[in-house]
Design a binder for this molecule. Structure first.
Ligand SMILES: [Zn+2]
Ligand SMILES: [Zn+2]
Length: 196
């Protein structure tokens, strides 16, 4: 499963950005993502339906701000499509300085400083030492981590979300598709309640 997720993320990371105007760009991006996923993992998006355009565009706006829609397959599909659509808005605290998106993974640099990676444009920026990117929790006893070298899995006790980072002191090259596959794998494992 981890291998499959990694292949899918690697393939998706190679798709070109769209140049059509919004919302046509989103429609094209959704098609491109579906084709790429079907080639690597036939059936992964099987049975996943897109809502009417009005709902879809509302979901896209909310997902940009960190609120994923219901349905794991649909949320994944929409997220990956949005990565292909250029976007820019004022970055709030804790959000991407380039596009305003939220971070989905992170890393620790050679000096152990924490960085976020934008879920949409891959921009990186300095993160607080202790913070949950989902709910903003910043108390050290509420955001804990365990290490599975070279990864650290932060768990927020306030909102229950997990956040995976790669420790570059243990594995120097940042490999985003592998890191995102790992984050997706922990999310799936948590849902199915299996040991990871
Ligand atoms: Zn961004
Ligand atoms: Zn949280």
């Amino acid at each position: 499963m981890l291998d499959l997720l990694e292949r899918v993320h690697r393939k998706l990371s190679l798709l070109p950005k769209r140049s059509e105007p919004w919302p046509e760009a989103l429609g094209r991006a959704l098609e491109a993502v579906k084709r790429a996923v079907e080639e690597e993992a036939p059936g992964l998006l099987q049975g996943v339906e897109l809502p009417p355009e009005e709902v879809l565009l509302g979901d896209a706006e909310r997902l940009r701000r960190g609120q994923g829609p219901e349905g794991e397959g649909y949320a994944f599909w929409l997220h990956q499509a949005l990565r292909l659509v250029p976007w820019q808005e004022a970055g709030e605290e804790g959000r991407c300085p380039a596009c305003g998106g939220f971070p989905d993974v992170g890393f620790l640099d050679e000096e152990g400083r924490r960085f976020y990676v934008c879920a949409f444009c891959d921009e990186t920026w300095r993160a607080p030492r202790v913070a949950c990117p989902y709910c903003g929790e910043g108390r050290a006893d509420r955001v804990v981590f365990y290490a599975e070298d070279p990864f650290r899995i932060y768990v927020c006790r306030t909102c229950g979300e997990r956040f995976v980072v790669q420790d570059l002191r243990l594995k120097p090259a940042l490999d985003l598709p592998a890191l995102r596959a790992r984050a997706a794998w922990y999310a799936v494992a948590e849902e199915e309640d299996v040991e990871v």
